[in-house]
Design a protein around this ligand. Structure first.
Ligand code: NAD
Ligand code: WQD
Length: 342
């Protein structure tokens, strides 16, 4: 889809969505956001406009499950494509609240497909996740490796992939890209946009940022007895701006193939928790207190992407390194100690 287009971004006020909106606006696309602010705030939308120098065309505070509200959004605009970020994403919470996760993530996706179909919009980029691979017994992972989701969050993403793929198969006008992100971290280099977790962060990077800021006393490193070089968990961290660029490029490739295509978005490089701590210490110039504790239930030793397929297809690669991820995350933390203003 070369040239400028009008893109509906669900979950556009969230971590990855907000960075993607800036990337789209910076490249001349028009953006419409739908978000219910269940894990974000209107402050993020103000920052999108500030960073990009222009605002989204429209922002709707609406729940994807509110089919009437969603239909009204589609009636108001003529979309060239949809990027679907809106979902619940906390793995631990999904184990406690499976119905809520299936309702929001699967139900939200089918409600969106309904609205797209009703309004003749047939091009979708879907946020999938490396979590669909489950307990991978080898790395790096290619898209052809078997899925084995091990919790309701991951299962919801896997189910959505199946549903979107089937819709594309049955309705030949539909095309979709499912992007399986590995571990997006970091922030916009301006320090104005970043990740604003609610409560104590689940994920290691925002947790590290809050330890460095003195809001949390120390990082608990979940196990040093994994089968990895230093015993701590290895992940494929990638900069959120690389993820955002990946979505902008994806829009240009939605028509390359019929049906749904799955791509990993990762760097292909694994980093251990202790290596991440060291990178963050260099970025913030302060010691990071940590202690080794037991493994977190359900954690796998190593998850690393093989990003060859997406590089071959689109010439996209992640270009920002661990230093940039840590420095940008730290800048955002320092400039916005309490997140976005209300
Ligand atoms: P996020 O929570 O920051 O953003 C999701 C946004 O969707 C939030 O603004 C939230 O308010 C909104 N939302 C949730 N339910 C909604 C609903 N029913 N109706 C309307 N809006 C709703 O999460 P994120 O990290 O930006 O993740 C974006 C997507 O990427 C998600 O689908 C997530 O599963 C996927 N993903 C994230 C990661 C990660 O590590 N962050 C990794 C792989 C995949
Ligand atoms: C990374 C590493 C932990 C916190 C999650 C989701 C996955 C995907 C990406 C959405 C692991 C260790 C963590 C802490 C630690 N998201 N750790 N102390 O679990 O790889 O992936 O985000 O799709 O579905 O599960 O990310 O940041 O939680 O953990 O030692 O306080 O850091 O054990 O090795 P994870 P994470």
């Amino acid at each position: 889809m070369p040239g400028s287009s009008t893109v509906l971004v669900t979950g556009g006020a969230g971590f990855i969505g907000s960075h993607t909106c800036v990337e789209l606006l910076d490249h001349g696309h028009d953006v419409v956001i739908v978000d219910n602010y269940s894990n974000s705030s209107p402050g993020a939308v103000e920052r999108i406009a500030k960073v990009a120098g222009r605002a989204p065309v429209a922002v709707y505070e609406a729940d994807l499950l509110d089919r009437r509200a969603l239909a009204a959004v589609f009636a108001d605009h003529s979309f060239d494509a949809v990027i679907h970020f809106a979902a619940r994403k906390a793995v631990g919470e999904s184990v406690e609240q499976p119905v809520e996760y299936y309702d929001t993530n699967v139900g939200g996706t089918t409600a969106l497909l309904r609205a797209m179909h009703d309004h003749g919009v047939h091009r979708l980029v879907f946020s999938s996740s490396c979590s669909v691979y489950g307990n991978a017994d080898k790395v790096p992972l290619t898209e052809g490796d078997p899925a084995d989701p091990t919790n309701p969050y991951a299962t919801s993403k896997w189910l959505c992939e199946q549903i979107v793929a089937d819709v594309c198969r049955r309705l030949p006008g539909f095309s979709a890209l499912a992007l399986r992100y590995f571990n997006p971290v970091g922030a916009h280099p301006s320090g104005l946009l970043g990740e604003v977790p609610r409560g104590v962060p689940n994920n290691v990077m925002p947790y590290l940022a809050q330890v460095a800021a003195g809001r949390l006393d120390r990082l608990r490193v979940f196990g040093d007895d994994h089968a990895t070089p230093d015993g701590t968990g290895v992940r494929d961290y990638l900069h959120v701006m690389d993820v955002a660029e990946g979505h902008r490029v994806a829009l240009e490739h939605l028509d390359d193939t019929r049906g749904m295509t799955v791509f990993n978005l990762g760097t292909g490089r694994g980093t251990s928790v202790l290596e991440l701590v060291a990178a963050f210490r260099r970025a913030c110039g302060k010691p990071i207190p940590y202690e080794i504790t037991g493994r977190r239930p359900g954690d796998v030793a190593a998850l690393v992407a093989d990003p060859t397929a997406v590089t071959r297809a689109w010439n996209w690669t992640a270009t920002r390194d661990l230093t940039a991820m840590a420095e940008d995350a730290w800048r955002f933390q320092e400039l916005n100690p309490s997140g976005y203003p209300d």
